[in-house]
Each structure stands twice: as structure tokens, then as C-alpha cells.
Design a protein around this ligand. Structure first.
Ligand code: HEC
Length: 162
């Protein structure tokens, strides 16, 4: 009896407290960006959130894998689509990290990229698949040049065509 009474009082207190703090939450301005004091601070937060070269590379890795799958499925148009998005993603990565630009251009964007594009668009599936192998070599060469050669030892770089 005594316990039930105490439990009753406690639950009233808990409910009251929770409702009170929820009302306070709702009065607050919404969210991490709008709460920042100035626009400069907001841009700083956005810039930090959008990260550096790692985050676009993550997307590039996903699209590269999808390229491989597309070619297995006899869909060079889809592989071409991903190849074009990979270019955009790397260019956007350079916008964030300009020091990566020199090797990216020399090893990839201005050399391997157009070459692989023409293989993908050749209308010859065997040639498109060889294009994928060229892409792989260029990706791996840039990792070595950028001192992140350990990136090459992961399953996505086991993919290739005979
Ligand atoms: C500028 C040369 C350069 C090119 C070209 C390049 N990469 Fe990278 N890649 C990097 C660097 C540098 C990192 C490490 C990023 C970091 O440490 O912030 C990286 C990291 C990665 C990662 C790990 C990302 C993560 O955080 O999980 C993957 C996957 C990857 N690259 C795939 C590729 C593929 C696939 C290609 C080719 C289509 C490619 N990269 C082309 C420089 C390059």
C-alpha cells in the first residue's frame, strides 16, 4: 500500500518534469545551424560537416563498385553514368582539398578519365570492361602518389575483368 502510494507520487513527478522540459525544447530555435550566432559560424559548421577528401572518395568507391556491377549486367550506359559522376565527385573533392588536384589531374582527370569514357561508350562490351581495368590502375596509382597506398588493399580493388 505504502509502496503504491510512493510510486504514484514519483510517477506524477516524473511525468510533470518530462512535460516541462519538452515545452522548453519546443521554445528553442530549431537545430544546430539556426542556433549558431552568426552566418560565419554557420558556414564554419557546414564546412566542417562536409568534411575533406575522404567523404567524396567514399562516394567514388561506391560508384566504382556500381560500375563494375553494371558491366557484369551488360549495362555500359549505367557504367558511363557512374563514371561521369565519379569525375564530378573528384572535382568537388579538389574544390575542398586543392592540394589533391595536381595528382588527380595528371593521373586521372586529364588522362585515364577520357580514355575510359571512350571505352565505355565504344559499344563494345569487351572494350568497356578493359576500360574498367584502366580505371582501377589509375585509382590505385593516385593512392600511391598521394601516400595512401594502403587504400589499395581493400576488396573493391580486387574487382577487375579478364
Ligand atoms: C587525388 C588522387 C586520387 C584519385 C584519382 C583517387 N583517389 Fe581514392 N583516395 C585518395 C586519397 C588522398 C584518399 C584518402 C582520403 C583521406 O585520407 O582523407 C582516398 C581514399 C579512397 C577510399 C577510402 C574512402 C573512405 O574513407 O572509405 C576509397 C574507397 C577510394 N579512395 C577509392 C577510389 C577509387 C575507386 C578511385 C578511382 C575511381 C579513386 N579512389 C581515385 C586519392 C585519390
Amino acid at each position: 500500500m505504502k509502496h503504491t502510494f510512493l510510486a504514484g507520487i514519483l510517477s506524477v513527478l516524473v511525468v510533470g518534469f518530462t512535460a516541462g522540459s519538452m515545452a522548453d525544447e519546443q521554445k528553442k530555435p530549431t537545430g544546430w545551424l539556426l542556433e549558431a550566432e552568426t552566418d560565419e559560424k554557420r558556414f564554419e559548421l557546414v564546412q566542417k560537416y562536409l568534411r575533406g577528401f575522404d567523404q567524396p572518395m567514399w562516394e567514388v568507391g561506391e560508384r566504382y563498385q556500381s560500375m563494375h556491377t553494371a558491366l557484369i549486367r551488360n549495362n555500359p550506359e549505367l557504367a558511363t553514368y557512374h563514371w561521369e559522376k565519379i569525375r564530378t565527385t573528384i572535382e568537388n573533392g579538389i574544390m575542398k582539398r586543392p592540394k589533391r588536384g595536381k595528382n588527380a589531374k595528371a593521373i586521372f582527370l586529364e588522362t585515364a578519365w577520357p580514355d575510359v569514357l571512350s571505352d565505355l561508350k565504344s559499344g563494345d562490351l569487351a572494350k568497356a570492361k578493359q576500360g574498367f581495368n584502366k580505371a582501377k590502375a589509375a585509382c590505385m596509382a593516385c593512392h600511391a602518389a598521394e601516400q595512401v597506398g594502403y587504400m589499395n588493399n581493400q576488396p573493391v580493388f580486387d574487382l577487375s575483368f579478364k
